[in-house]
Ligand binder design. Structure first.
Ligand SMILES: *[C@@H]1O[C@H](CO)[C@@H](O)[C@H](O)[C@H]1NC(C)=O
Ligand SMILES: *[C@@H]1O[C@H](CO)[C@@H](O)[C@H](O)[C@H]1NC(C)=O
Ligand SMILES: *[C@@H]1O[C@H](CO)[C@@H](O)[C@H](O)[C@H]1NC(C)=O
Ligand SMILES: *[C@@H]1O[C@H](CO)[C@@H](O)[C@H](O)[C@H]1NC(C)=O
Length: 381
């Protein structure tokens, strides 16, 4: 027994008698919904509010159904207002506002419960390796209406492929995206964003995914000092990269063995009390399952005789200084010339009379002043 909604009461005129009027309501799951039955020319008749199962919630202002989530907020000659907190999907349906006069009036407020998406779950199909492709999936198991999923990388949208499945009243939505990856993408951030009408305007749920791209190692040696003399202690550091990170670094000297005093601990090789016999090409090596890297360092230990040699090379420094000064002066002269040419060609009037066929007219227009002419400025750099 579900009589059709009474719509004529939307425009009550004089003498229309008592009327009840209501509106549809939309609420997000877990939120608060207010259902209002507006009364017109109320004369004290009984007002009944029923839930979609046609159970009476309130009988003329008195609670009839024991569900504390429903509260009577207002009962005045103008309206009856009830409040539903913690709205659930099963609360959906038509709520009846009924007015018992000789001629029973009722109207139905349809309550719609939307479900906002939770933060999406982002997963990778298989381990990404440089030069290959990565496939990411983004899943939102519950939303109503079906959430729209979007992918972003460096603020640019990526094209994903979405699919949805309806489970009862809610949707399960997924999206996948594929793209090529390089070693520089390791650690990069990809965002999956979910949006639907249950979220406030402009809001979305986002999940960041940090790309994990495996790549072969690189190695570089840094020395603790540039010039090495006898007796010095030199520390060589082997900076390695790679994903997975190489867990072992091997130090060698050409095809000779390392000096006995040398101490290799992880990334560093310490060579104390250097003597010229320590000369040689030192290497550090690292590898992971994707490759191998090696860096070289040529050690030349200077003896005191070499220091004297270094002093004789001082005139070269002076010649270098003079050359640098000359280059600087030439640059100054060039800059000066460019500056002068800019000032000369700085600004002038252009005559761009279009549609003036005759020379006389054109000249007249030119002499008539600059009103119709644009002042043009051009700079030459
Ligand atoms: C209220 O919702 C019902 C059911 O969805 C619909 O038939 C009716 O037209 C809606 N009324 C208004 C005023 O939007
Ligand atoms: C219904 O409730 C209203 C407001 O409390 C009251 O004025 C009216 O007399 C009640 N009607 C009946 C029939 O009890
Ligand atoms: C090291 O090996 C290279 C070739 O692998 C060879 O030419 C060179 O003579 C060797 N040096 C010494 C000191 O054995
Ligand atoms: C090490 O290199 C320095 C500079 O070239 C040279 O003077 C010295 O004789 C070298 N020592 C050995 C053992 O090769």
């Amino acid at each position: 027994l579900t009589p059709a909604p009474h719509l004529s009461c939307l425009c009550p005129g004089p003498g229309a008698g008592q009327e009840v009027q209501t509106e549809n309501v939309t609420v997000a799951e877990g939120g608060v919904a207010e259902i209002t039955c507006r009364l017109h020319q109320y004369d004290g008749s009984i007002v009944v509010i029923q839930n979609p199962a046609r159970q009476t919630l309130f009988f003329n202002g008195t609670r009839a159904l024991k569900d504390e989530r429903f509260q009577l907020e207002e009962f005045s000659p103008r309206r009856v207002r009830i409040r539903l907190s913690d709205a659930r999907l099963e609360d959906e349906g038509g709520y009846f506002c009924q007015l018992y006069t000789e001629d029973t009036h009722h109207q139905i407020a349809t309550l719609t419960v939307l479900v906002a998406p939770e933060n999406p779950v982002v997963e990778v199909r298989e381990q990404a390796v440089e030069g290959g492709e990565v496939e990411l999936s983004c899943l939102v198991p519950r939303s109503r209406p079906a959430a729209v999923l979007r992918w972003y990388r460096d603020r640019k949208e990526l094209k994903g492929v979405s699919s949805g499945q309806e489970n009862g009243k809610v949707w399960s939505v997924a999206s996948t995206v594929r793209f090529r990856v390089d070693r520089k993408d390791d650690g990069g951030i990809v965002i999956c964003e979910a949006q639907n009408q249950a979220l406030p305007a402009g809001h979305s749920k986002q999940t960041q995914y940090v790309l994990d791209v495996q790549y072969s190692p690189t190695a570089r040696i840094h020395a603790s000092q540039a010039v090495v003399r006898e007796g010095d202690t030199l520390v060589l550091t082997c900076a390695v990269s790679g994903n997975p990170r190489p867990n072992q670094i091997r130090w060698n000297r050409g095809n000779e063995s390392l000096p006995e005093r040398a101490e290799a601990v992880g990334e560093t090789l310490t060579l104390p009390g250097l003597v010229s016999a320590d000369n040689g090409t030192y290497t550090c090596e690292a590898s992971n399952k994707h490759g191998h890297a090696r860096a070289l360092y040529v050690l030349v230990v200077y003896d005191p005789g070499a220091v004297v040699e270094a002093q004789t090379s001082v005139p070269y420094a002076i010649v270098g200084g003079i050359l640098a000064l000359l280059v600087f002066l030439i640059i100054c002269v060039l800059v000066g010339m460019v500056w002068c040419s800019v000032r000369q060609k700085g600004s002038y009037l252009t005559h761009e009379a279009s549609g003036l066929d005759e020379q006389g007219e054109a000249r007249e227009a030119f002499l008539n002043g600059s009103d119709g002419h644009k002042r043009k400025e051009e700079f030459f750099i």
